[in-house]
Design a protein around this ligand. Structure first.
Ligand SMILES: [Cu+2]
Length: 137
């Protein structure tokens, strides 16, 4: 009878012990999880701000023409103009919203088109040279 009581007490003690241990380990896991997940967020966040991958379209300025003369891009996309001609050219917005200025051979000029719309541009030196960037939302 005494042995039975003792083992019952022992079992109860063990039971509570386990419960405490479980509660303790759950707490420990929860505590470990929060700093761990914030580290993961920090690590995941680091590569994004500076080299944010944006779609890039390349337009060549070649033989007195923009090639291709029309591109369709999403908002925030980059368009890179590459001057291939020996003759200088420009990329000048018809509405004056952007202007590359003088581009000599092998120079490039990159512009971010943030807002949806159709952006017509031309060469300030050869106004018959025309192109269009269509930004679709
Ligand atoms: Cu030109």
């Amino acid at each position: 009878m005494r042995m039975l009581v003792l083992s019952l007490v022992a079992a109860l003690a063990l039971g509570t012990g386990v419960a405490v241990a479980q509660a303790g380990s759950t707490l420990a896991v929860a505590q470990a999880a929060s700093p761990g997940s914030s580290v993961v967020i920090a690590q995941a966040g680091t590569p994004f701000p500076s080299p944010m991958p944006s779609p890039l379209s390349i337009i060549h300025i070649k033989n007195f023409a923009y090639v291709p003369d029309t591109v369709t891009i999403p908002p925030g996309a980059l368009v890179k103009f590459v001057e291939d001609d020996e003759t200088p050219h420009t990329v000048t917005a018809s509405d004056g919203s952007f202007d590359s200025g003088n581009l000599n051979q092998k120079q490039t000029w990159t512009h971010v088109f943030a807002k949806a719309g159709t952006y017509a541009y031309y060469c300030a030196y050869h106004t018959y040279m025309k192109g269009k960037v269509i930004v679709t939302p």
